[in-house]
Design a binder for this molecule. Structure first.
Ligand SMILES: Cc1ncc(COP(=O)(O)O)c(C=O)c1O
Length: 362
């Protein structure tokens, strides 16, 4: 069977070149005589793999030296809890701020409430079904907050920040799971950033945390596995790391660099998203539920004028080799995720299919 264009929100499409390289190296990696999966994480070839992955990530995101890069497990979801655990020194007496822009932001907020006595909502777009990102003027920030948490791209609702909130000196924390590496970002604006890998970074199973080193070690009572400092002190090797996922992460990062890095990715992502939004906007058959200036380049939700045709749309799209286009149940309709590894031809094929579908069914 031919490969399809996979518009999944995550785990999402990976670069074909990465999959082919992984295939070629699957049984015997370089001169090691074994698969990466079979290697001790402390072996020389593996130490080189993990060091290279971290170094590429630092280079691509221009991560300053005063930030630690941790390669952890547990997904972005574990970070919802590890974050307040590690950053708060007196959890029952401190306050934190959250901006609620979608389901993942809500989940992060919910987990924080279990760790912290006072979790405030600095802004929320719930009233408009998370169809927009609140502006700076809409934020009610607590200058005493231990941190302000944002979700830089809302995977389910298809919105993205195009400004960095001014937190007024309060440490800024971002869940960047679904737009990391899609465009340049100023790491030093943030105290901490985290991302599950399974969109622009690689396969599921590894989670990247980028944390300013002065924030490490605030608590001494945490279980080792939940303590950023323990992982930082051990170069993400406190226990067995997700070795194969980190190997693929390294290949994806090398591929990203070969494409011209995040600046080149951004240009390509702008073009891809613009093509799809233009196709939606010029038709009265398709609608996009998000506010124009908040529209995500990574996840594009859209609905059909007649929702009873959703199943037909999905079935015909699948026949055309365009898969995983069903929207999340909280939004309905369709969602096309256009991660870095989605080629422009995939977007072109989707746009052509949509026009044909409208002609036949609209
Ligand atoms: C923005 C965002 N945050 C968090 C998560 C949860 O990630 P994980 O499944 O790695 O825990 C996701 C998953 O899609 C996401 O899109």
């Amino acid at each position: 069977m031919e490969r399809v264009y996979n518009f999944s929100a995550g785990p999402g499409v990976l670069p074909l070149a990465v999959l082919e390289q992984a295939r070629d190296e699957m049984v015997v990696y370089k001169d090691s005589g074994m698969s990466v999966m079979e290697m001790s994480h402390r072996s020389k070839p593996y130490m080189a793999i993990i060091a290279q992955a971290e170094s590429l990530l630092r280079e691509l995101l221009a991560i300053p030296d005063n930030y630690a890069v941790l390669l952890l497990q547990g997904g972005a979801s574990l970070q919802f809890s590890m974050l307040p655990m590690n950053l708060l020194t007196h959890p029952t007496q401190q306050s934190v701020d959250y901006i609620l822009t979608g389901s993942w932001a809500e989940k992060a907020y919910g987990e924080a409430k279990k760790q912290c006595g006072d979790v405030r909502v600095a802004a929320s777009s719930k009233a408009v079904n998370y169809s927009r990102i609140p502006t700076q003027a809409e934020l009610t920030l607590n200058p005493q907050a231990a941190y302000l948490h944002i979700t830089s791209n809302n995977t389910i609702f298809g919105t993205e920040y195009y400004y960095t909130p001014d937190s007024g000196g309060v440490p800024l924390v971002a869940d960047i799971s679904s737009n990391v590496l899609s465009r340049p970002m100023e790491i030093s604006d943030y105290a901490l950033l985290y991302a599950g890998a399974q969109k622009n970074l690689g396969p599921s199973g590894v989670t990247v945390v980028i944390v300013r080193k002065d924030l490490l070690g605030r608590r001494t009572d945490l279980p080792n596995m939940l303590d950023y400092k323990v992982h930082a002190d051990n170069d993400s090797m406190f226990n067995t790391p997700p070795t194969y996922a980190i190997y693929i992460l390294g290949l994806v990062l090398q591929w990203t660099k070969n494409q011209g890095g995040v600046a080149a990715m951004e240009q390509r992502n702008i073009r891809k998203a613009a093509k799809l939004y233009a196709a939606i906007d010029r038709s009265s058959y398709y609608q996009c539920p998000t506010e124009a200036i908040s529209r995500s380049r990574m996840n594009v939700p859209f609905t059909l004028a007649d929702p009873s045709q959703d199943a037909t749309f999905l079935a015909e799209a699948k026949k055309a080799g365009l898969v995983t286009l069903a929207g999340h149940r909280s939004v309905g309709g369709m969602r096309a995720s256009l991660y870095n590894a989605m080629p422009e031809e995939g977007v072109d094929a989707l746009v052509t299919f949509m026009a044909e579908f409208e002609r036949r069914h609209g």
